[in-house]
Ligand binder design. Structure first.
Ligand code: ATP
Ligand code: LTN
Length: 335
């Protein structure tokens, strides 16, 4: 492992619950690449979180591997950080159980994501769905993370993680570091192409709402062409133009420019040209990532090896925190 400039620990994860969108890419994975040079990073594939809504088992397994390949294709270097699958490290479930006992049902019922998902999956409001933030707290606290890079949608889960950590520390003595959310401003929230007031989400039922990292160029162009904008023809960031604002955000993120520069680039242009340019930019940026992911997926042995080593390294760190927790709460551990 290289010498990091700072010895701060950074933790994040994505669920293998669907095809990743450009929202996941801009809001999460892409930023992780830069951070791996600066911090001691743990990046997980949160398969235990994924099963809080119904998953097809074979598909979940395949998506887990695809996500690992994607992380690496995006530039995450398994030699520079710890890349692993959450369920391969038993400490996550073990700590979550203990943290459940310092978390109140009422707080979980108030979580926005829980309420949303409970409404969307009314037939399957299972305990895991409600417990999701506690498992997430366990993920983060096991590694004594200082920083957790997430999109704004996860801010509330970070807050509860901090509350749980503080509460545990108060009750049992100093055990966990209290983590900070690390929310990147640009691209923190990419919204749906069909309903720009909602976030773009990989589990959206409408495939035109999201651009997937796996989409080919034709599909990407078609989706942007159909993107909801509004009736006037002005290309500017504005609260009453959420669709156009979102497209400008996406363009700027993929072009590597500011939103103001993007606005300038399209001054005087019509929506047709604008959407075409956004589509082209996204498709061109994704092409090399897609090619690299495909190449990696052809070598399952290599991926398995990376994930096995990642899990071993994660488990080593996680076990240290877990041992401390078990001691603090009074679990019998032999002599
Ligand atoms: P799901 O629809 O299954 O809940 P999701 O697309 O919301 O999934 P998550 O797995 O919950 O994605 O999130 C992975 C990471 O991507 C998180 O850090 C999250 O904040 C970020 N993220 C997700 N959607 C967006 C978005 N539209 N804009 C910016 N960041 C996002
Ligand atoms: N719930 C997260 C995924 C996730 C996560 C984490 C993110 C699971 N565990 C720990 C940060 C830290 C989400 O992004 N939807």
């Amino acid at each position: 492992m290289e010498e990091k400039r700072e010895e701060k620990v950074l933790y994040s994860a994505v669920q293998p619950s669907g095809n990743l969108t450009i929202g996941n890419y801009i809001g999460a994975i892409r930023n992780w690449v830069n951070m791996q040079h600066e911090f001691t990073c743990f990046y997980a594939i949160a398969d235990m979180h994924a099963i809080t809504v119904r998953q097809e088992p074979a598909l979940l397994r395949r998506r887990t591997l695809e996500l690992a390949a994607l992380y690496i294709a995006c530039g995450i270097d398994p030699e520079k950080c710890t890349l692993y699958v959450q369920s391969n490290v038993p400490a996550h479930a073990e700590l979550a159980w203990v943290l459940n006992t310092v978390t109140y049902v009422g707080e979980m019922e108030r979580m926005t994501q829980f309420k949303d998902k409970a409404a969307r999956h009314a037939e399957n409001v299972n305990m895991g769905l409600m417990d999701y933030p506690v498992l997430m707290a366990a993920d983060i606290l096991l590694y004594q993370a200082h920083l957790v890079p997430v999109g704004v949608d996860q801010r509330q889960h970070l807050e509860i993680t901090r509350d749980i950590a503080i509460r545990f520390n108060n009750r049992y003595g100093e055990t966990f570091r209290v983590p900070e959310a690390y929310i990147v401003k640009e691209g923190a929230k990419i919204t749906s192409l069909q309903d720009p007031l909602r976030k773009m989400s990989k589990s959206d039922e409408n495939p035109n709402a999201s651009v997937y990292l796996a989409d080919d160029k034709d599909t990407i162009m078609r989706k942007f062409k159909r993107a909801v904008t509004d009736s006037d023809n002005r290309i500017a960031v504005s609260e009453d133009k959420p669709g156009v604002t979102n497209l400008l955000n996406i363009y700027a993120s993929f072009k590597g420019c500011t939103v103001a520069e993007a606005e300038k680039a399209f001054e005087g242009k019509g929506y047709g040209d604008f959407k075409l340019a956004v589509g082209e930019t996204v498709a061109d940026a994704l092409a090399p990532v897609q090619a690299e992911q495909k190449r990696l997926l052809a070598d399952k042995g290599y991926l398995a090896d990376i994930l096995r080593r990642g899990a071993e390294s994660a488990a080593y760190t996680a076990r240290k925190t877990l041992a401390k927790v078990f001691r603090k709460v009074g679990f019998y551990r032999g002599e």
